[in-house]
Design a protein around this ligand. Structure first.
Ligand SMILES: [Zn+2]
Length: 333
């Protein structure tokens, strides 16, 4: 079968022919129908992120996978051949979280094997292209909003970076009743998209009266929650400076640049908080499928393009170059 493989020792990525995997005990195999291309895949290829648990040197990429079950291993109950499913982006083994497409083979392939407990049935109405990226591209902002930040309704929220994750954050904040939702992005097209996705206001971070605009939009209070989806150091300083009393800055985008709070006394006086966030739990994916089934959200606008699996390297290039400012490019075997 074809698979998009990364050799982590040399940093070489290629779509190549490898042996088809089969479902072992407790596993199912799916015929992959769609797999998302995430910025962390780009970072893996560039060597910015290294797999921590991968046995050996090479892995099939792809932690966002949907398809149809085509083989069932011994001891698996409650799943059937022909069922439409998505795969959770990882699994716990002996108390350690392994990430699909990083620490073990992922979904950039014609077939993918998964532990039965990581397989989630899909509603018939949800296309594979719109389902595959729910684990991660939607579940990560959802977990940041409901679990890490615990966003309360009718409170002002800022979203820095309206790309793959931030665009979903805007939609989800709207669903849970955050108000106003203020999107911040240097790209005019991203700001327009944020407004179309439900933001009340979209600002350029370089706007000379940025802080005033936020104050005006929040009745002078500032933001109760500021989400950094960009992982850029100046974003964090700008976000921290616009927070309300008790405001929370949630760091979702990743960077190893130092975190600076210029007005530390002010920060303490207002009892503000900075919270790190990473990934999501399996139940967040189930909650999102409930929201989709209930008509609260839909992700048709999130599919920025579909490419053949054989063209995976081109998809990676386009995402890295932000060509067309994609939310999600999807690979179709
Ligand atoms: Zn990802």
């Amino acid at each position: 079968m074809l698979a998009g493989r990364l050799d982590v020792s040399t940093g070489t990525f290629a779509v190549e022919e490898i042996a088809e995997p089969h479902a072992g005990p407790g596993q199912v195999r799916i015929a992959v129908k769609a797999a998302g291309v995430c910025l962390s895949d780009v970072h893996l290829i560039q060597g910015v992120i290294k797999p921590l648990l991968l046995p050996g040197d090479s892995v099939t990429l792809g932690h966002e996978t949907a398809g149809v079950i085509d083989e069932i291993g011994d001891g698996v109950t409650g799943l059937t051949v022909g069922q439409r499913v998505l795969l959770q982006a990882g699994e716990e083994r002996d108390g350690v979280v392994w990430t699909r497409g990083v620490d073990y083979d992922g979904g950039w392939a014609e077939f993918a094997v998964a532990t039965a407990g990581t397989v989630v049935p899909l509603p018939d109405s949800l296309p594979f292209e719109q389902a595959c990226f729910i684990p991660d591209a939607v579940s990560t902002p959802w977990a940041a909003i409901v679990e890490t930040a615990r966003v309360a309704p009718a409170r002002p929220v800022g979203v820095w970076g309206v790309g793959g994750l931030g665009a979903h954050a805007v939609q989800l904040l709207r669903v849970i009743g955050a108000a106003p939702v203020i999107a911040i992005d240097p790209l005019p097209a991203a700001r327009e998209r944020a407004l179309a996705f439900g933001a009340d206001l979209a600002l350029d971070p370089a706007d000379p009266v940025f802080a005033t605009r936020v104050k005006e939009a929040t009745r002078g209070r500032g933001l109760s929650y500021a989400f950094d989806f960009a992982g850029v150091a100046p974003v964090r300083e700008q976000a921290a400076a616009t927070m309300a009393r008790g405001g929370r800055l949630i760091l979702v985008g990743l960077t190893d640049q130092p975190l600076t709070i210029t007005q530390g006394t002010h920060f303490s006086y207002l009892k503000q908080q900075i919270l790190g966030h990473y990934g999501s739990q399996p139940e967040h994916v189930l909650e999102l499928l409930d929201l989709v089934a209930g008509g609260r959200v839909e992700f048709s606008r999130s599919v920025s393009g579909a490419l053949r699996l054989a063209d995976a390297a081109e998809a990676v290039r386009r995402l890295d170059a932000k060509e067309g400012d994609p939310i999600r490019l999807v690979l179709v075997p």
